[in-house]
Write a protein that binds this ligand. Structure first.
Ligand SMILES: [Zn+2]
Ligand SMILES: [Zn+2]
Length: 318
């Protein structure tokens, strides 16, 4: 399976500001001084290989939208945050006029996970089939509601694709488009659900908008069981641990530290920090990643856990 991140930001999309870009360019120009970067190729190689990620690139700003390819003609995607805009363009370009089947899995319907759907162009194309899966009773209501006047100019009823809503029983494993899908209830305002996807002996977990309190051993064991042996865990690491246990306790999100601890207990292979706090710039996200990697090194058992910070455009092959 290939996992592709279209939106990795939590709560609200953000963008680099002109100040961010100016300050970054100034730092790069100083580093590039006397380097004879007299061609685009040389300059690209310099940016690619010699600059820190937070200087030469950006984690990006679209809200939650994560696609995975499962070796079939169907599309699979978790959440419809603003990353659904570029994801929709990708679907249309790849299909080049052929009808598409898109399976959407909704963790919950908070707006940052839903706001991209009215801009998901495949939903406007007759012949496309869009299957929206979720565990919440209000799933369909939420999709229709956000396109009602006066909030959006095009009502849901005018979408031309065939759109189905499919309720998933969270106590069961489902077979969808050749993929085994298991939902898992999570602690979050109004409830959220993680999903575990399995195919051809590979597995990954999408677990966002979930607050984990490690002092509840029964609940910890339940989450660890859900993450058990996963090749990849995409994890809500919105805060640093200090924030998560103090000012932002009970806000419904987790930290980089808790992500490392749960994945180590579950013997997962890779952890992708996700749902980045919109107030954090690239330097702050890079620091959260560095801290998580340092903790993993210090507490490593028999099996190493690879830790990355998800960014818009990241692809991970399982
Ligand atoms: Zn969210
Ligand atoms: Zn939420």
């Amino acid at each position: 399976m290939r996992v592709r991140f279209w939106g990795t930001r939590g709560s609200m999309p953000v963008s680099l500001t002109w100040r961010d870009l100016r300050d970054r360019l100034a730092q790069v120009l100083v580093l590039a001084n006397r380097r004879q970067l007299d061609s685009v190729e040389k300059a690209t190689a310099f940016v690619e290989h010699e600059l820190d990620f937070s200087l030469g690139k950006t984690f990006g700003g679209h809200s939650s939208c994560v696609e995975f390819e499962a070796g079939s003609d169907e599309y699979f995607v978790c959440d419809m945050g603003s990353g659904a805009l570029p994801f929709g363009a990708h679907v249309l370009a790849r299909q080049s006029g052929r009808a598409a089947t898109v399976n959407i899995f909704m963790s919950h319907m908070h707006w940052d996970h839903l706001m991209g759907f009215p801009f998901f162009r495949p939903a406007y194309v007759p012949g496309n089939r869009i299957r929206i899966h979720g565990c919440h009773a209000a799933l369909e209501h939420a999709f229709r509601l956000q396109q009602d006047p006066p909030c959006f100019p095009v009502p849901f009823s005018q979408l031309r694709a065939t759109i189905e809503f499919i309720h998933l029983d969270p106590r069961k494993t489902h077979e969808i488009g050749g993929v085994r899908v298991t939902p898992n209830l999570q602690f979050h305002s109004g409830d959220s659900y993680g999903f575990r996807f399995e195919r051809d002996g590979k597995s990954f977990v999408y677990s966002t908008d979930s607050e984990h309190k490690l002092d509840d051993s029964k609940e910890t064991a339940r989450i660890v069981g859900f993450f058990r042996g996963a090749d990849l865990v995409i994890f809500d690491a919105m805060y640093s641990l200090a924030e998560a246990v103090s000012v932002k306790a009970d806000w419904g999100h987790s930290s980089n530290v808790v992500g490392v601890e749960l994945c180590q207990m579950a013997r997962a292979k890779k952890l992708a920090l996700f749902h980045h706090e919109p107030a954090n710039d690239d330097t702050a996200i890079a620091r959260i990643l560095r801290d998580a990697r340092r903790l993993e090194e210090l507490t490593r058992g028999a099996q190493a856990l690879e830790v990355v910070a998800a960014y818009d455009g990241l692809e991970i092959d399982l």
